[in-house]
Ligand binder design. Structure first.
Ligand code: GLN
Length: 455
């Protein structure tokens, strides 16, 4: 029975192979066929810069000298807290903890998220319908796009934007629409609060196809913590035009100088149209764990659950247990307050170095990135740059030059802009300060050599 069904299909397959094989062989002559590209890849990869080498791969430690200090890709050079990684070790000894979790996430983690976040959202979060654990914040956001975007739907993002948003939107048929975060106009030390949005510009970017606005606070790469007033302005437009707000708040635990982190979901009426994104990687120094979560109303979480179930089914079970332990114990250990103080100290090491150089930079009020204005840093045009940074913004070459000559890597900020506006980003290099103080001090010392290259 099966054989009868399968045979004709098998013949078809082998006929196809045969047809391809002889296609380029006129008169049966034995010309070798190019087999390197037999089947074209999907056209969706041509969108969203997906085929360009991503900035994280170019400035990966693997491509740089081994003694180069990595202030590029944002991950820590220290381990998660012992009491969190011990929970991962314990989970690895279990049975259920080593197997599939429910696609909504492990109950222990959902309970921990509920306990930790309910007071911050001024509501009792429901573990069944308002919390979804995902494979990192990235995959959570991707799943929201899968769940909500129709072909041609527009998604507004403030520019600069975290690069991953772009392909995540275009892979799902969405069209990115950019609204500027205007850079500070003065030289010297600026604060991230001086990067401003213009609500009239946001309004004029909205069309009948706009489906969603992405808010990112604290912001990567600017470090901006959006003010209540700014968020109220965005919220009013979301309400007026019936838009979903995706609020990427993965750096929520990292705000400085007493700056208040406002959750747009808590503004009047906004709960029903906002999905808030969180990350265990940032909270517990475990970016490779790929444990993130979404918090929102059932109307957003339910369809997103359907998407994530079919993308990854569930994320790593033992590491969900560890993230749960982290959230369960954080408060009693004073963990987040201590972490904030440590990061403020790390930030200061780099900003002192930039002050000493007299360079213009943005003092971040949140996240762990500092934007340094590198427009006055000069480098020889004929420097032996690798092909990967040629043909990109000037900042790609500047960052490469600084990495090789000074031994400190950073990330070129034009990658966080669309091609049309890349020239704005070219002025900046992003330095991550999620590193131990000794490393940052060594980096600060090396960076003093920039003096030799300032115009
Ligand atoms: N979020 C991190 C950063 O901005 C890493 C992003 C990534 O590697 N995809 O540096």
């Amino acid at each position: 029975m099966w054989a009868r069904v399968l045979l004709p299909r098998q013949r078809l397959v082998s006929n196809n192979h045969l047809r391809r094989a002889i296609m380029s062989v006129p008169n049966g002559a034995s010309k070798p066929q190019d087999r390197s590209n037999l089947v074209p890849f999907s056209s969706r990869l041509k969108e969203g810069r997906a085929l360009a080498e991503d900035v994280w791969s170019i400035y990966n430690v693997a491509n740089l000298p081994s003694d180069c200090i990595n202030l590029g890709q944002g991950y820590m050079n220290f381990a998660p807290p012992k009491w969190v990684s011990e929970a991962a070790n314990t989970a690895l000894q279990g049975i259920a903890e080593n197997h599939y979790s429910h696609p909504k996430g492990r109950m222990r983690l959902r309970q921990a998220i509920k306990a930790h976040y309910s007071p911050q959202f001024n509501r009792e979060l429901d573990v069944e319908s308002e919390i979804l654990v995902t494979s990192g914040a990235n995959e959570g956001q991707y799943s929201v796009f899968v769940a909500f975007l129709e072909q041609g739907d527009e998604v507004i993002m403030f520019e600069p934007f975290f690069d991953q948003y772009l392909p995540s939107v275009t892979f799902n048929g969405g069209k990115p629409v950019y609204v500027p975060l205007h850079p500070p106009k003065t030289e010297g030390k600026n604060t991230s609060n001086e990067w401003t949005i213009d609500l009239a510009e946001l309004r004029s970017a909205i069309t009948s196809r706009t489906k969603m606005i992405i808010v990112n606070t604290p912001h990567n790469p600017v470090g901006k913590v959006f003010t209540r007033k700014e968020l109220e302005g965005i919220a009013a437009l979301a309400e007026e035009f019936n838009l979903i707000v995706m609020s990427d708040e993965v750096y929520d635990c990292l705000t400085f100088d007493g700056k208040e982190h406002v959750r747009i979901a808590t503004l009047p009426g906004m709960w029903d149209r906002t999905v808030t994104v969180g990350s265990a990687g940032k909270a517990f120094c475990a970016t490779g764990w790929r444990v993130g979560w979404l918090i929102g109303p059932p109307s957003i979480i339910r369809p997103t659950l359907a998407a994530t179930t079919r993308i990854v089914f569930c994320t790593t079970s033992p590491l969900q247990e560890a993230a749960a332990a982290g959230l369960e114990q954080a408060e009693q250990r004073g963990y987040f307050a201590k972490q904030r103080a440590e990061y403020a100290e790390r930030r200061k090491i780099l900003t002192d170095a930039f002050d000493k150089l007299g360079l213009t930079y943005t003092l971040p009020e949140g996240s762990y990135f500092i934007l340094l204005d590198i427009s006055n840093v000069k480098f020889p045009d004929d420097y032996p740059f690798p092909a990967s940074v040629l043909g990109r913004g000037r900042d790609f070459r500047a960052c490469w030059f600084i990495a090789i000559e000074l031994g400190v890597s950073s990330i070129p900020v034009s990658e966080f802009y669309c091609e049309e506006h890349a020239n704005i980003g070219e002025a900046y290099a992003r330095f991550a300060f999620c590193k131990d103080t000794d490393t940052l001090k060594r980096a600060a010392e090396r960076l003093q050599k920039l003096k030799n290259y300032i115009q």
